[in-house]
Design a protein around this ligand. Structure first.
Ligand code: NIG
Ligand code: FE
Length: 428
């Protein structure tokens, strides 16, 4: 006798792959079971297969009929800046209209840092919980959460404490991002800020599993990042890197050299960086929300606007990464500046269109490969016996429709560890 049988899915996409995720041509080979079923017991998947077979083999306390609907793994979002205060929608309108931004006005990450430092833990916590509700309602069951809008010891630790205190069905994976950008008050003494990031690491480690470093012309140099990475590794952190977003600085090469779990953004990754990542198994995390929201408006290091011709041609770039053999994942990169969306569903739609990805590729990149980006591919990211029963039932019957349609939520039911946590697209 098992707890639950999900039966008669119009389509069941398992996102099951080889032992390390979907790579190269494997990205395009998606396992789809017609009239599918999932057998679940004590929060774990027991078996996946055609309903005809599973109904014969399992007696379930409860049967959930999902006729006419698609069933998939819960979406995994391996990059978010969940904990922040304020909004930057006004700055975005200035950029969209090409208005000059008055010199001296705080913009970008530093604006959000100023707002976040003033916010109470209670306010940050309430907003984060509301955002997690939105993520869950759109199908995300695991999300990575970074600090990084404190940029001083006390605020960074406060953000991590807030993140660690969140009790919510969405599973959170915590990352210390003191190395987000050099804060205003340290602009003329960068080394002192790098020291501060390192000094905060031991205490931040109490909450954070990962340490993230922004290695980018706008943020930290490869030498600065290498120094911080060595300190983090000595404390038992695993690494993630914001890599080569605004220019080719060798961040992907560094991420591979250091054994980072992922290198994210990668708009200006070099051919050598691609080869190094493929060799080392570093997951490449792409953030199409940023591509869509900023495109040619990404500020250059010198503050001027990036000309369209200097933007990468993403479809070709992403094809090269796939051909190189990099494990690729997608993330929402939820933050108030470059990607203000909580929805991985929206991100899947943008990825397919802006990077010219197929449906199978897009599904693997949002589930199993995203789980590998968080070193959790053995435990979640696909519908397979032994894994957590993190399952989404969609309002549409076919997996391509989730990506082809846009702008509305197509989630019906979400299950986390075998428990129904969203019904009719609303958290229960
Ligand atoms: O897109 N280097 C960091 N870039 C962040 C931006 C966050 C923000 O604009 O607030 C990112 O991941
Ligand atoms: Fe980010």
């Amino acid at each position: 006798l098992i707890d639950l049988l999900i039966a008669h899915a119009a389509e069941l996409v398992t996102c099951r792959t080889g032992p390390r995720g979907a790579i190269g041509p494997g990205l395009a080979q998606l396992e789809v079971i017609a009239d599918g079923a999932v057998a679940i017991d004590r929060g774990r998947i027991v078996e996946v297969g055609p309903t005809r077979q599973l109904a014969r083999r399992h007696h379930a306390r409860r049967v959930l009929q999902v006729r006419g609907r698609l069933v998939s793994p819960g979406l995994v979002d391996p990059h978010s800046h969940l904990i922040f205060a304020g909004t930057r929608h006004e700055e975005w309108e200035d950029r969209v209209l090409g208005r000059a931004i008055p010199p001296g006005r705080l913009t970008g990450i530093r604006y959000t840092v100023a707002r976040t430092r003033r916010a109470s833990a209670a306010v940050l916590r309430a907003q984060a919980l509301a955002d997690l509700d939105t993520m869950l309602a759109h199908g995300t069951t695991t999300v990575e959460v970074k600090s990084g809008y404190g940029l001083d010891r006390d605020t960074e630790l406060r953000l991590l404490r807030v993140a660690a205190s969140l009790r919510h069905p969405v599973c959170t994976v915590l990352t210390y991002l003191g190395a987000h950008v050099v804060p205003t008050e340290y602009l003329d003494r960068r080394d002192a800020y790098v020291d501060l990031v390192i000094d905060t690491m031991p205490e931040a480690r109490r909450h954070a599993e990962y340490c993230d470093l922004c290695c980018d012309p706008n943020c930290f140099t490869t030498d600065e990042c290498r120094r911080m990475a060595k300190a983090a590794l000595a404390l038992g952190y695993r690494l993630r890197v914001h890599a080569d977003q605004n220019g080719p600085v060798g961040a992907a090469e560094l991420a591979a050299e250091l054994g980072a779990s992922s290198a994210d953004h990668l708009d200006h990754v070099s051919p050598a960086g691609m080869r190094a990542m493929a060799r080392r198994g570093t997951v490449g995390v792409l953030v199409p929300g940023v591509t869509h929201h900023l495109m040619e408006m990404t500020p250059r290091p010198d503050g001027r606007r990036l000309l369209p011709a200097q933007s990468p041609f993403w479809p070709r770039l992403v094809r090269r990464m796939i051909a190189a053999g990099i494990r690729l994942a997608l993330a929402a990169d939820y933050n108030p500046g470059s990607s203000p969306t909580q929805s991985m569903q929206a991100v899947m739609q943008l990825a397919a269109r802006l990077y010219r990805l197929g449906y199978a590729e897009t599904w693997h990149m949002s589930t199993i490969n995203a789980a590998w980006a968080l070193d959790r591919g053995e435990d979640r990211g696909s519908l397979e016996a032994g894994k957590r029963a993190d399952v989404v039932v969609w309002t549409v019957p076919e997996h391509g429709m989730v990506i082809n349609r846009f702008g509305v939520n197509l989630v019906d039911i979400v299950m986390k560890d075998g428990r129904v946590v969203v019904e009719r697209g609303v958290p229960v």
